[in-house]
Design a protein around this ligand. Structure first.
Ligand SMILES: Nc1ncnc2c1ncn2[C@@H]1O[C@H](COP(=O)(O)OP(=O)(O)OP(=O)(O)O)[C@@H](O)[C@H]1O
Length: 457
């Protein structure tokens, strides 16, 4: 049996964790201070140490240094609040194996313990947590949600609404600019609902070829059209009992909208080529970065479908509305990047952090995440500096966002001028779509969807 030492002065929490880990087959002891931890480590052989950062007598860093000096090789996982993530990263530089953020997510912790012990056990994974949910083809629900909640008023209000609407069966329309985290919020809604243990199936409505849409949603029977080589269940059946997430719902063709509306009203579907009706029970979450009311006025989106999918609207705040949260998100993405790239960058120097906070982030969280990841890759020292950040982020005025006269300004904030903005950005980028997407502050996928939508070649 593997022995774990929990070092935490929060007795209730330590006891809870101890009981939880004991049920999962570990032998667990606790120490309430660094001094008690040293005594325990001096006496016994532990396979792993789980230590709080803040201890009443010393901090986790001092304990790590002592362990290194004593030649105690047990891997250490540090537990820390988000505000202390910088210290946690420092701990990792000093040899800590990993860290987890408090409040601790037990599944995540267990995964990290297993990784640290390098002994993944079979069959114990689910532990009543719903992680043994059937994995739908495009489901992300069975994976840990790698996210952090902002603390600004706009972020708090968003998460408050998410918590209120999640347990209901209401259809939710998540409305917001590209990269604000719409899919991530859809997953939170699913996890907060009674359907959490069931599939979460995401369909990117902008990516389905028109002729395959019906089959994608409702499935088909073998031979019903060229290429239908076997019977296939569609997204509705795959999501049965769970949540169906329709991303970029504004991109659906009119014909598919009609079919979808019928399925939602009748709660039954028929596979293409079959006459058999199959009852389905799904909760619908849809996302769009378009103004669907404008699309209704233009006649490209059906009002009846809109009302069906929009029993509750969640509006995603843009990152610039949460500028106070930028350091928090930046630290979080730095940590993710460190892991993915095998780096140990400690943080951002003051100038880099100031630039990140000042910038307008038209591509929102996705743009910040990508920027931090490439900066992490480029950073040669302990800290990310302005040298590793793109010019538009470090420029004193933020180019497009600030209306710098030497830089053409593009924005998709106003749906009425969207098509015009896209054409201008393409022209400015000499037809290069990646470059145009950058100028517009959206990802390539979104730009492709919009080009398709407006019929721009
Ligand atoms: N709260 C969060 N904490 C950490 N990462 C986040 C958070 N919200 C979003 N992200 C990350 O930001 C990126 C964009 O999120 P997501 O794909 O959900 O945005 P979106 O609004 O659906 O974008 P699009 O409209 O372009 O599809 C993803 O990589 C996601 O992991």
């Amino acid at each position: 049996m593997e022995r774990i030492l929990i070092v935490d002065d929060d007795i209730t929490f330590a006891l809870m964790l101890r009981t939880w880990l004991a049920k999962r087959g570990f032998e667990v002891e606790t120490a309430g201070s660094a001094a008690a931890a040293r005594t325990a480590l001096g006496k016994g052989d532990y396979a792993l140490v789980l230590s709080d950062m803040r201890l009443p007598d010393e901090d986790g860093i001092a304990l790590l240094q002592w362990m290194a000096g004593e030649g105690i090789a047990a891997p250490v996982i540090v537990m820390t609040s988000y505000a202390e993530i910088r210290n946690a990263v420092r701990c990792m530089k000093l040899g800590a194996r990993d860290y987890v953020a408090k409040p601790v997510n037990p599944d995540e912790l267990l995964k990290k313990i297993r990784e640290a012990l390098d002994a993944p056990a079979a069959g114990e994974e689910s532990a009543g947590s719903g992680r043994n949910a059937p994995r739908a083809s495009r489901s992300a629900a069975a994976e840990p949600l790698n996210y952090i909640e902002g603390r600004s008023d706009a972020a708090r209000q968003l998460y408050e609404y998410v918590r209120l609407v999640a347990p209901t069966d209401m259809s939710v329309l998540v409305n917001g600019a590209s990269g604000t985290g719409k899919e991530h919020v859809a997953q939170l809604i699913h996890r907060g609902s009674r359907r959490a243990g069931k599939p979460f199936v995401a369909v990117d409505c902008g990516a389905i070829p028109r002729e395959l849409a019906a089959s994608e949603f409702f499935g088909h029977v073998k031979g019903s059209f060229t290429g239908a080589l076997a019977d296939k269940a569609g997204a509705f059946e795959a999501a049965n009992g769970g949540t169906l997430f329709l991303d970029e719902v504004g991109n659906l063709t009119y014909e598919t909208q009609v079919q979808l509306l019928r399925a939602l009203q009748e709660r039954r579907i028929r596979r293409v080529g079959s006459t058999r009706e199959i009852p389905v029970d799904i909760r619908l979450v849809a996302a769009t970065n378009e103004n669907l009311e404008a699309a209704i006025a233009r006649g490209t989106f059906r009002a009846d479908l809109y009302h069906r999918i929009n029993e509750f609207t969640l509006r995603m705040p843009e990152l610039r509305q949460m500028s106070g949260d930028i350091p928090l998100f930046a630290d979080f993405f730095l940590d993710q990047a460190n892991r993915e790239l095998g780096k140990r960058i400690v943080g951002f120097d003051a100038a880099a952090l100031a630039a990140l906070t000042r910038y307008d982030w038209p591509g929102n969280l996705r743009q910040l995440k990508n920027t931090v990841k490439s900066a992490t890759l480029l950073a040669a020292g302990d800290y990310v500096t302005c040298r590793e950040l793109p010019a538009e982020v470090t420029a004193p005025s933020t180019g497009a966002a600030a209306g710098n006269p030497t830089v053409p300004s593009f924005s998709l904030r106003d749906p009425a001028s969207e098509e015009e903005q896209i054409r201008r950005a393409l022209a400015a980028a000499g037809g290069n779509k990646s470059q145009a997407a950058k100028l517009l502050g959206v990802d390539r996928k979104t730009l492709y969807n919009k080009l398709h939508h407006y019929g721009i070649e």
